[in-house]
Structure formats: structure tokens, C-alpha cells
Design a protein around this ligand. Structure first.
Ligand code: NAP
Length: 648
């Protein structure tokens, strides 16, 4: 099946076409016209993006030219429909390159060509497909067994890829359901902050009802994937992994698991894939007296649906992405909400954040061949490579609150958004402008909901730092105490405690967390020296602040892991262990890269850093680079152990 086959034939009337085209993203539409007509001339005329997509999603194309583009598109769509929805030959590689330049409005660096070409998925339905397993006997595959830990976004992906190659696996999932963070986080208002046309598996487009779906839609999507790809039966729900131990002689892992109410048990595996995620184990702040509170207290990641918040006095600790989403939902119910803010968030204005996708746009995405790919590509660029430059440190830059001239321009744009929105609320504005550089922490996506909530009569920001929690409420350092019925901790997750609380014993019985000594590291985020045949998805330094989607990273990682499995099976090895030199050199480069990004600067604290201030979470380079680095494993980076060999 090709990407073009994924579109429905066009049977709409002229009037319906006209209506749908009103909602089009014009730069993506113009490129789609080249596919539909075979005529590159459509993008060689005077209707051209003239501004960066980040500044204006329509690329600065004036409204009159947008109208002309829609009129041309109407003719092309009619001809395509009347010709039986048949596409001409695919545009040449040179034409695709020209279309890429056209969409972005600036020359695309040559080394992006392969990446963009694959990401666009012009020929195949599956742009992140791994190297073929052809030639590997089915018996060898059937004798192999993989344990996947976690049935969230990464674990489901791992299972789909293993199934495609007939490799047996078992998924161990601590929760009652699939979905990982989208199962865990059930607070009101929970919603993704990447557009779904990039926050989705490349091979599994979906009928997204929203641009940025809410938690329920995402949960449905991952359930849909689990069902469609038949993996549910291979998941052991309500089961936790206590430990995993590698045996050097056999090259096998022994995974010790405990199911709810069941006896401990051990599962043998040739390979363990950790897909445990980062945002599911709540981080409770260590504030004096926290346990003494006599009202109801809970964490945003463990929402208490049994607690009716109507008429309650609520204290909220934290102003990260979670609080940002639930405060506007609970404020209308509560009698009063006091938000204890240590650091205000930077907000990326996005008017469509909570809006449904209009019917016309939905029609274009499902009927106009390659429109969706170009639209996805425009998002990729806008949200990733396009933004990266603005958060890169200029070592010569000395102004506080920004890290470069581009970052300062971003600060000015974002500050003016907050200032304009709060022009009638000076008491809120006073505490709403962050002093750290934009991109220092994850920016929250905003359609005005948060700042509206802060202006309600029953909502107040408290910036006096918390001194202690008392039996009745929260005391601040200036000696003021507020009484609450409920305290909600929106204080984030134990993200840098990778693979906790499992114990993982590798070569020589060394426990992984002892080896890490507080700073989690891995080669390409995936392989750890001394832990053969253990692969981590969403591992150290694979997270993103401004650029891209975690699903993109997971797809790259899993393609790489499949390459590793292929090496093991094709070459009859029992294990592969990444060489320490390759790992260390890689991580030195990552550290240098992170030091040059806004989130790596010394004045910024965030969950991207561990307690020592080391950036353990983030990838500091382009998406293209991660894509290239993880295309396939370089066997020279690993030490292999032959089948039937004994311990080294
Ligand atoms: P977070 O970003 O780590 O925010 C935690 C908040 O709690 C911060 O405001 C922090 O202040 C504050 N805090 C922590 N300890 C405190 C203490 N002792 N006293 C006072 N304040 C304290 O956590 P989160 O909001 O749950 O978000 C975590 C990540 O999850 C996000 O960055 C994002 O990647 C993801 N997420 C995404 C979405 C989405 O897609 N829309 C939604 C929710 C979460 P400081 O900043 O001063 O440390």
C-alpha cells in the first residue's frame, strides 16, 4: 500500500470542494496540486510563501493570493475527481526538493534531503520501516523472545514492529490499561501540546477530531492501535517488573515480575526493551509538614475523581504544563483557587489549541493526496528545526533573560502576547513574565485559557515561597497561612530517575543505577555499556523542548532496535554490548550540545536536569540528526558474543 492509497476518492460536488478549500493551508495545498496534476508550474508562479512558517502558518501569502490559489485548486481537484481520482506519476526527486524549498520559504540544507524525503513518505506507507528480516529463518525468530516493559506509546510501537517480523514478545504493564502517560494523567483539561498530525505514528494516520487532542482521544488512539495490530493479548496488565538480570553465559535476561495478587515469577528473554516512559511516577515535593495536612491532598498525575471540588478552597502547587491545563477547568467549580507559583511559564500562543478540526480541513486531510504529508511536514519544520535556532546559545550574548539575539526576539514576541492579554489585569501581569530565557523549560501552548483563569475573581497567584504545609493549609515564608480543603500538587514527575524503581543487573552483576550514579546515560538514548541486549526507548537525552514529537523519536529508536535484533539473528550472536568508547564520545558531544541550548544554561532549573544540574533528558540537535544517527546500528559500535560462547 502506498501513501496515496490512504486517501479516499473524491466524489464531492464543486460547492463542497469550494467550501473545503476555504480552510486549506495554502503552502501545503500548492504542493499537493503538483501531485494531483503532475505540473510543477503550480509552485513556480507568483503565489509563494514569503515569511517563515513559524511567523505565519500561511507563509505570509497575502489573502488575495490565497484566494487565487484556492481557485486554481478547485480546477485541479475537479479534473482529478472527473478523471476517477487517478494520480499521475510521482513527481521526480528534484521536483520534491523544489516543493520542499517552496513550502519552507528558504533553501533546505542539502543534507536534509534524505530525511525529508523519507519523512514525507512519498512511496511507502511506513517511512520509519526498518531493514528487512528476509532471509532470517522463521524458526530462529520463533525461538527468540523479547520482554517489553510498558504498554504506552513506545511499548505499543515496539510490539507492532516485532509482530511485523514475527518475533515473539511479552509486554509487562503495571497499569490496568494501555496508553502510558495518557492512561496515567486523567486530570481535567489534559491535552497534548504537539499537533496530532505529528503526534501520531507515521504509519497510522487517524481521524483526529482536534488539532491537539485531549487525553481521551489519545487514549482511544493508542487503544485503537493495540486492537488493530492485535497486541493486547500479549500484554500482562497489572504486572510490575521488580528486576532484570543478565546472564553472561546464556546471553539471556531473567525478568522478575509480580502480578497483582499473584506470586512472583520469572520470565526469560533474549532481549529486554524498556518502554517505561518518563512522565508517570509523580514527584512529590519535599516540603516540611506535607504529611500533616488534614484535608485532601493529591498529585495531578493521580487525579482523585472521587473528590468533588465544587465549592472547595483549593491550593495548587506548581505552574507547569499540568497546572496550566487543569486550573482553568477547576476554577469555575471551586470557591477559591490559590496557585503557588515559583516560576511562571512561557506560553506559545495558539488560538486553535482546544478547537476541533473544521469539516473542510478534515476533508482535505483525508481526500487530497499528499496534502496531509505536506501539512505534517510544515508542522515538523515549524515546531522543530524552525524553532531550534531561536533557543541556541550565542556565547557572546550577555543580556539576562535570553541567550541570543534570536532568543531575545522570541522573548519580545512572547512578552508582548502576555502583556496584551493582561492589559486590564496589572496585578496578574506583575507575576506573569518569566525571567528565564524562552526555551529554558518546555513552553506551554496557550489559547488564552490560563490567563483568563488567572483573571477570575476566585483565582489568585501566590509568589511568596512555600515555607511549610500545616494541618489546615499552606504557610509561606513571610508568615502568611492560607487554609484549604484540598491541595493539588502539580509538581511533575520523577523523570530523571530512569528505569526506577526496577533493579537492573548487567555484566558482573552491576546494578544499572549504581553505574549511572545519578546521571543516566545511554548511547543514542538506547544502549548502555555493560547491559547487553537491553534497549531503552525514550531513554536518556531523547526528550525535546521545542523541537518535534516524542513519537518521532520513538519511531527512530525502534527502527534502530530492530536493526540490532536483525544483527543478532542474522549473524547468530547471542548478545551485543555497546562499546564504552562509542558511548562516552557520544555523550560528551551531547553534553556540549546541551550546554549551548537555552535549557542547558546554568540559571535554568527544570525536570530536564538531574539533581546535579546535568541535562539527562534532552536531545540538543536537529531531528534530522537523530533520524540519521538511528537509521541502523553500526556493528563496530558493539561487542558481540557468539552463540554457544561462554562468559567473557
Ligand atoms: P513540571 O513541568 O515539572 O512542573 C512542575 C511545577 O511544580 C513547576 O512549576 C515547578 O516550579 C513546581 N514545583 C515543583 N516543586 C515545587 C515546590 N517544592 N514548591 C513550589 N513549586 C514547585 O510538571 P508538569 O506540569 O506535570 O509537566 C511535566 C511535563 O509533562 C511537561 O514538561 C510536559 O513535557 C509534560 N506534559 C505535557 C502536557 C501536554 O502535552 N500538554 C501536559 C502536562 C504535562 P519550578 O518551575 O520553579 O521548578
Amino acid at each position: 500500500m502506498t501513501q496515496a492509497d490512504a486517501y479516499l476518492p473524491i466524489t464531492a460536488s464543486d460547492e463542497e470542494l469550494r467550501t473545503a478549500l476555504e480552510t486549506a493551508h495554502v503552502p501545503s495545498l500548492m504542493n499537493a496540486l503538483v501531485h494531483l496534476s503532475g505540473d510543477i508550474g503550480h509552485i513556480r508562479g507568483d503565489i509563494k510563501p514569503i515569511a517563515a512558517l513559524f511567523q505565519d502558518p500561511q507563509g505570509g501569502i497575502p489573502p488575495a493570493d490565497q484566494a487565487r490559489a484556492r481557485a486554481i485548486a478547485l480546477d485541479v481537484l475537479r479534473a482529478y475527481r472527473d478523471g476517477g481520482s487517478r494520480l499521475p506519476a510521482r513527481p521526480s526527486d528534484e521536483a520534491i526538493e523544489e516543493m520542499t524549498d517552496y513550502l519552507i520559504g528558504e533553501g533546505v540544507p542539502r543534507d536534509y534531503k534524505d530525511f525529508l524525503h523519507a519523512e514525507l513518505g512519498m512511496e511507502e506507507q511506513d517511512p520509519y520501516a526498518h531493514a528487512s528480516f528476509d532471509g532470517i529463518p522463521m524458526a530462529a525468530r520463533a525461538a527468540f523472545h523479547v520482554v517489553i516493559i510498558g504498554a504506552g506509546m513506545s511499548g505499543i510501537l515496539a510490539a507492532i514492529r516485532l509482530d511485523q517480523e514475527h518475533i515473539p514478545y511479552t509486554i509487562i504493564e503495571k497499569n490496568a490499561e494501555v496508553g502510558g502517560t495518557w492512561w496515567q494523567n486523567q486530570y481535567p483539561g489534559c491535552r497534548v501540546d504537539n499537533q496530532n498530525h505529528i503526534y501520531s505514528y507515521s504509519f497510522e494516520p487517524y481521524d483526529w477530531p482536534f488539532w491537539y487532542s485531549n487525553r481521551q482521544v489519545l487514549f482511544d488512539y493508542f487503544n485503537h492501535c493495540a486492537d488493530k495490530y492485535g497486541i493486547r493479548a500479549k500484554i500482562r496488565f497489572h504486572t510490575t517488573v521488580d528486576s532484570a538480570r543478565f546472564d553472561e553465559a546464556s546471553g539471556h535476561w531473567t525478568v522478575a515480575v509480580r502480578s497483582q495478587g499473584g506470586a512472583p515469577e520469572e520470565i526469560e528473554a533474549n532481549v529486554v526493551i524498556s518502554a517505561v516512559g518518563q512522565l508517570n511516577r509523580p514527584r512529590w515535593p519535599s516540603i516540611t509538614g506535607r504529611e500533616s495536612f488534614e484535608g485532601v491532598a493529591f498529585h495531578s498525575g493521580e487525579w482523585r475523581h472521587d473528590i468533588d471540588l465544587t465549592g472547595k478552597r483549593i491550593g495548587v502547587v506548581g505552574t507547569g504544563a499540568s497546572a496550566f491545563q487543569f486550573v482553568p477547568e477547576i476554577a469555575p467549580l471551586a470557591s477559591e483557587v490559590v496557585i503557588f507559583q515559583r516560576t511562571p511559564p512561557w506560553m506559545a500562543p495558539q488560538p486553535i489549541y482546544r478547537q476541533p478540526i473544521p469539516d473542510g480541513k478534515h476533508w482535505l486531510l483525508t481526500h487530497v493526496p499528499f496534502y496531509r504529508q505536506w501539512y505534517r511536514f510544515s508542522l515538523f519544520w515549524r515546531s522543530s528545526e524552525g524553532m531550534l535556532k531561536s533557543v541556541t546559545v550565542d556565547p557572546e550574548w550577555v543580556e539576562a533573560g535570553s541567550v541570543s539575539a534570536a532568543n531575545e526576539r522570541m522573548r519580545a514576541t512572547l512578552t508582548s502576547y502576555i502583556t496584551r492579554t493582561l492589559q486590564d489585569a496589572p496585578e496578574v501581569l506583575e507575576h506573569a513574565i518569566p525571567d528565564y530565557p524562552p526555551g529554558g523549560k518546555r513552553m506551554v501552548v496557550d489559547d488564552g485559557n490560563w490567563l483568563r483563569a488567572l483573571q477570575r475573581d476566585n483565582v489568585r497567584i501566590e509568589v511568596d515561597p512555600i515555607a511549610s504545609i500545616t494541618p489546615t493549609g499552606i504557610s509561606t515564608v513571610s508568615g502568611h497561612t492560607e487554609a484549604f480543603d484540598v491541595i493539588i500538587y502539580a509538581t511533575g514527575f520523577q523523570a530523571s530517575a530512569f528505569l526506577m524503581p526496577m533493579a537492573v543487573y548487567g555484566l558482573g552483576g552491576v546494578e544499572l543505577h549504581d553505574q549511572w550514579a545519578g546521571t543516566a546515560r545511554a548511547y543514542k538514548g538506547i544502549s548502555i555499556p555493560g547491559y547487553p541486549n537491553l534497549f531503552t526507548l525514550y531513554g536518556p537525552n531523547t526528550n525535546i523542548v521545542v523541537n518535534g514529537s516524542t513519537i518521532f523519536f520513538a519511531e527512530c529508536e525502534m527502527r534502530y532496535v530492530m536493526g540490532c535484533l536483525r544483527l543478532l539473528l542474522a549473524e547468530g550472536k547471542i548478545s551485543m554490548d555497546v562499546r564504552r568508547e562509542a558511548h562516552d564520545a557520544y555523550n560528551e558531544r551531547i553534553d556540549r550540545g546541551n550546554a549551548l541550548m537555552a535549557w542547558g544554561t546554568s540559571g535554568v532549573t527544570s525536570w530536564y536536569k538531574n539533581v546535579d544540574g546535568h541535562v539527562t533528558q534532552n536531545w540538543p540537535f536537529t531531528l534530522r540528526e537523530f533520524w540519521t544517527q538511528t537509521r541502523e546500528p553500526d556493528r563496530g559500535d558493539y561487542e558481540f558474543v557468539e552463540r554457544r560462547a561462554t562468559a567473557r
